[in-house]
Design a protein around this ligand. Structure first.
Ligand code: GLV
Length: 321
């Protein structure tokens, strides 16, 4: 008998076909939302699951899934999974590192350029039929070329973002919990600075750190007050790394000039304050969403699940024992 697995959200057909060669698959192709109770009920008799970042895996859920051996996240970030609880329950947890770095880095630049040059605000004005003449001082923005880019987190995605900055002839500074090795600093042409220095010097601050209790509200009121009033803040990492209430206040009061955001606290229920602001570019957590990359992510999660339940050695194991 094939092991039973659950795929919690809609995935590509060929990924399901691949999984079906190894498993008795229960899938959710209609993409119906699953609350905690539905997820637990559907997982109760399964040995494995392919999940997304909206599915919360914690000790309570695991206690209801005695047969579960593997949880494979279709995401590189895994703050939705309690890794320690998985370890205690003997459940392997995996993620999808590497395959989305370039695409997420590209999208970060979409946010940088759209925010700096006020693209969505200008488009809304044009669509509303308000454009009656060319004006010298219309939608004056921030120059990206030769500006100073400040990167929080020079991991895989932060490095991609830094390398893209070379084309804009920017000065790149970064801060991280640990200084990168010199090869990475050289390839990224990035100089390590303190958190305070980054905030006060950067024209564009972009965040590429994982969410954890240590990075909760890494950027809050105090941090925004250190930034230049002309600076913009970009977040394509995780909601909760930025204090959204403080950000809305900073955007309203002119503490900073703008923000480009792909992620939010309590997403998808973003703070309605954002919707009333003109100086913010908003996206629904799509930084990794190119067709090719989302396919690679789903296939890598599937490969992790197959390896976990056949060999016990998935390539992207997060909690080796
Ligand atoms: C997307 O947000 C991911 O973590 O892969």
């Amino acid at each position: 008998m094939k092991p039973k697995i659950l795929v919690t959200r809609e995935v590509f057909n060929d990924v399901l076909e691949y999984l079906s060669q190894y498993f008795d698959v229960t899938s959710n192709q209609p993409d119906l939302p699953m609350d905690a109770e539905t997820l637990a009920a559907n997982l109760a008799d399964k040995q494995g699951a392919m999940i997304t970042l909206s599915d919360k895996i914690d000790a309570t859920l695991l206690s209801r899934c005695p047969n579960l051996k593997a949880i494979c996240n279709i995401a590189v970030g895994y703050n939705n999974v309690d890794i320690e609880a998985c370890r205690k329950a003997g459940v392997m947890a995996t993620n999808t590192p590497g395959v989305l770095d370039d695409t997420t880095g590209d999208f970060t630049w979409a946010l940088v350029l759209a925010t700096a040059r006020r693209l969505t605000e200008a488009e809304a004005y044009l669509r509303a039929g308000q454009w009656d003449r060319w004006k010298l001082k219309q939608f004056l923005g921030l120059d990206v070329h030769h500006a100073t880019l400040g990167i929080f987190g020079l991991g895989r995605i932060g490095q991609v973002v830094a390398r893209r900055a070379i084309g804009f002839e920017m000065k790149v500074i970064y801060h991280d919990v640990r200084r990168a090795v010199s090869e990475i600093e050289e390839a990224s042409r990035a100089r390590f600075v303190s958190k305070e220095e980054l905030l006060s010097q950067a024209d564009i601050v972009t965040i590429h750190v994982p969410y954890s209790p240590a990075t909760h509200h890494l950027i809050g009121k105090q941090e925004m007050e250190r930034m230049k009033p002309t600076a913009i803040l970009i977040n394509a990492s995780r909601g909760g790394v930025v204090d959204d209430v403080a950000l809305i206040e900073a955007l309203l009061s002119g503490t900073i000039a703008g923000a480009g955001l792909d992620v939010f606290e309590n997403e998808p229920k973003l703070n309605p304050g954002f919707l009333a602001l003109k100086n913010v570019v908003l996206a629904p957590h799509i930084a990794s969403s190119s067709k090719a990359t989302r396919h690679k992510m789903a296939m890598l999660a599937a490969e992790n699940l197959v390896a976990a339940l056949t060999t016990g050695h998935p390539p992207n194991l997060l909690n080796p024992v």
